[in-house]
Design a protein around this ligand. Sequence first.
Ligand SMILES: Cc1ncc(C[n+]2csc(CCOP(=O)(O)OP(=O)(O)O)c2C)c(N)n1
Ligand code: SF4
Length: 310
Amino acid sequence: MLSTVNPPAKPQSYKTNVEIDWCPGCGDFGILNALVLALQELKIPNENVVLTGGIGCSSKIPHYVNVNTLHTLHGRSLAQAQAVKIANPRLEVISASGDGDGLGIGSAHFVAAGRRNVDMTYIVFDNGVYGLTKGQASPTLPYGEMPKSIETENLKFPVNPLFLGLASGFTFVARSYSYNIKHLKETLVKAMKHRGLALVDVMQPCVTYNNINTKEFYDPRLYDIEKEGWNPVANNESEYKQKIPQAVVKSLEWGDRIPMGVFMDYQTETYDQKLQKLVPAYGKKNYVMEPIESSGKPLNDVTELMDSFC
Ligand SMILES: Cc1ncc(C[n+]2csc(CCOP(=O)(O)OP(=O)(O)O)c2C)c(N)n1
Ligand code: SF4
């Protein structure tokens, strides 16, 4: 759901002047552009947005977007983003990860996040390789594939982010494509408007290391499930239970036809709503903006407090 921090400032440009060092033609550019367009459309004040990244080519995106950012540790983008949102539920929080970052080293956070349903958006840059470290097979590389950067066929079965997302409890699960900016922008807008944890898995060709899952591979295969009649909305638990099996079957389709669009959009209680029931003051006060107190008095100089931890 969109943030409501007041008073909202007029949004400034969402792009920074930082030099972008992705390879020419990399799918990451499309994701950056679509994200900037989505923020522009939603007119969220820059200072109300937090974008986190892990480690990888894709995880450099926080440097290129003019919002509050965190460039975290490998695999920890989603964990840190949840912490930010829980600390200040009025922020619009977006987490970015490569498929290696999010589904390899970060896979435990992925599953745990699904169980919490924190109200935020998680974007997976899905290119089938570890781009930053020269193209080793990532968890999403299909079984038996051998892109030019590896010496043998992939001997492991892949992780399917949509399938795992649905199984873990993500309440919004979608796939989009980095060279279809319109679809990707619209999907990101829907994800940010969704109240709950939204996963957007983006097919993002790595033009340097993955010569199999390329633009030429995806263009003729990707089709929009919503245009073919799929309605992802589940308004209650019984509709959700009814839709989950069909969404799972759709998520497993991979071959001559590859589905994209929103697979699941389920509105249910979020982690912050549950916390509010437990701690009534939660969400009403903005704890991170409160002055730090010591023995009931405001503590303006925190040096002593910090030293006490050493
Ligand atoms: C704890 C730790 N292990 C390994 C690495 C090395 N490393 C850096 S990025 C990366 C993989 C990045 O791949 P992915 O997340 O798919 O992102 P991409 O570069 O493809 O966008 C690895 C293994 C690291 N930085 N830290
Ligand atoms: S190595 Fe691949 S993922 Fe990384 S910037 Fe280059 S094309 Fe993009």
